[in-house]
Design a protein around this ligand. Structure first.
Ligand code: SIN
Length: 513
């Protein structure tokens, strides 16, 4: 390992082997780059689990302005409209990039891209590959392309544990691998580490995604944005397995309905019903469950007989728990699915720390606002990877410095899960958030394996406490209305710790907020 490390010094380092990391590496070629992956490439990335595909305005009845309008409406007043405009207008070209790299998208018999419908989209604009196996097919093609690119060095089964920072800029990455700690001296690091589902009991993400990139960035002093906005998918399969199998919104796009144990379509009072924005459907399902009902997805009539052919992954997950979707109702409940918040970046992926970029779910560009429009995230990752790569390539490595290596044990998110699952779910309230922030601060200060996950959870809890309104996916039972002005939020580890300390020592919430 040590000889390899010396050979690789000075290359930009990409942390994360999902779609954002792989696309950034491919766009950087032929510049030599090093990609670090926690597992074998493609094995543990949430990208590979994506069913929904990529949203892009490709239909004859569609245009980017309509896609933008849907995105801004779902984002509930909090999107960065200019970032959204630039990303969504670049969406169709991103699909072409993927097709050129060998992704086999689903097509009509005439060869046109087959376009699906998902909630809160006014047009059919979701591009799929292999039915509900879009992420898997995209990852297949990108992993093959990366392996075939000699300038991309890949180290697998390695976990980045800290960023070295000197005089405010990144100077390297400290990582743990099977042979012990390693240090990669370089002044250009790109975080592409994915989301935070592993901080929750009920999630559709791989449990190995628990906000490692947020912890790396926060400990390096970076500004994080909109952390309180966490998307819950309304239709996770409510069986014994964790993580929970996702039942794609595309199934509702093909006509499936949500019913309770009496057969009642209780969403009929919600505008848009089953195809209302995801936060509204998730809250309605959550409330119905809390009222003692059971909730199901009914695919028997529509999509009906074609269901298993159109959605083979979902059909197989159902059969795995003894449900025959052609005959049975499918039990569902909301589960953590996506993090709208992340490391604050501009459209070139630059964070507030010189030498540090972020791309994909770990980053917050402002596209998603308070509630992500379905299938916008893979589009964002592919579009932004190109801009991140251009920015990295245009920034010489003037920061790499050798450093002492030390052993940091692997983080363990398990102590944090009950706290976030309870206080930061579909609905929140001030007292629950305050208690979570207080306990998470204690866990963080123990400096053990739960410290990094606790730091991430604590920053999210503080951001949620400070947002005294309900907006998009952030619903406060004690502040159920919008504030007069929509503002994005920003936080650092230091400011969050100071707020949590004050909360812990204050007898009432009101004296702090
Ligand atoms: C889904 O297929 O419902 C998920 C798509 C997404 O989260 O964008």
């Amino acid at each position: 390992m040590s000889m390899d490390v010396l050979d690789l010094a000075g290359r930009p380092v990409i942390i994360g082997g999902g779609i954002a990391g792989l696309m950034t590496a491919l766009h950087l070629a032929p510049e030599p780059v090093l990609l670090l992956s926690r597992s074998r490439l493609g094995a543990d990335a949430s990208s590979a689990w994506a069913q929904g595909g990529l949203a892009a305005s490709l239909g004859e009845d569609d245009e980017p302005a309509l896609h933008l309008a849907d995105t801004l409406a779902a984002g509930d007043g909090l999107c960065d409209a200019e970032a959204a405009r630039r990303i969504l207008y670049a969406g169709p070209a991103a699909i072409e990039d993927l097709a050129r790299l060998g992704v086999r998208f689903d097509r009509t018999p005439e060869g046109a891209l087959r376009l699906g419908l998902e909630a809160a989209h006014c047009r059919r604009r979701i591009v799929h590959a292999d039915g509900d196996g879009s992420g898997r097919e995209i990852m297949r093609a990108l992993v093959a392309a990366v392996r075939a690119t000699p300038t991309i060095a890949v180290i697998e089964n390695i976990e980045a544990r800290r960023l070295a920072v000197e005089d405010g800029r990144v100077t390297g990455v400290l990582a743990n691998c099977s042979t012990g700690p390693a240090f990669f001296a370089n002044g250009r690091v790109i975080l592409a580490t994915g989301g935070i589902g592993g901080l929750f009991h009920d999630t559709t993400n791989p449990l190995g995604s628990y906000g490692q990139g947020l912890a790396l960035a926060a400990r390096a002093g970076a500004v994080l944005a909109d952390l309180e906005f966490i998307q819950f998918h309304p239709t996770a399969l409510d069986g014994p397995g964790r993580p929970m199998p996702l039942i794609s919104e595309a199934v509702r796009g093909e006509g499936a309905t949500i019913v309770d144990e009496t057969g009642r379509r209780f969403l009929d009072g919600v505008r848009g019903a089953e195809l209302a924005p995801r936060d509204m459907v998730a809250r309605a399902v959550w409330r119905h469950l809390a009222d003692g009902h059971r909730v199901f997805l009914d695919v028997r009539e529509r999509p009906g007989a074609t269901f298993a052919r159109q959605f083979p992954t979902i059909a197989s997950a159902c059969r795995g728990v003894g449900i025959d979707p052609a005959r049975d109702l499918i039990p569902i409940r909301p589960a953590q699915h996506y993090h709208m918040g992340g490391v604050a970046v501009d459209l070139a992926g630059r964070t507030s720390v010189p030498g540090l970029w972020a791309c994909g779910e770990v980053a917050s560009t402002g596209l998603h606002g308070a509630n992500r429009l379905a299938s916008n995230s893979l589009t964002e990752a592919v579009v932004c990877a190109r801009w991140v790569a251009e920015s990295v390539a245009g920034s010489p490595d003037d920061g790499g410095k050798p450093a002492m290596v030390s052993d940091l044990p692997a983080p363990d998110p398990r102590p944090v899960r009950p706290l976030l699952s309870h206080a930061l779910g579909v609905t929140r309230d001030g007292e629950g958030l305050k208690e979570a922030a207080r306990v998470l601060l204690l866990l963080l200060q123990r400096h053990d394996t739960a410290s990094d996950p606790a730091a991430v959870g604590m920053m999210i809890a503080v951001a949620a406490l400070l947002r005294r309104e309900s907006r998009g996916a952030h619903f406060r039972t004690d502040f159920p209305l919008h504030a007069a002005v929509a503002r994005r939020s920003q936080i650092t580890l230091d400011t969050a710790m100071a707020a949590a300390r004050e909360l812990a020592s204050s007898p009432t919430l009101e004296s702090v907020l």
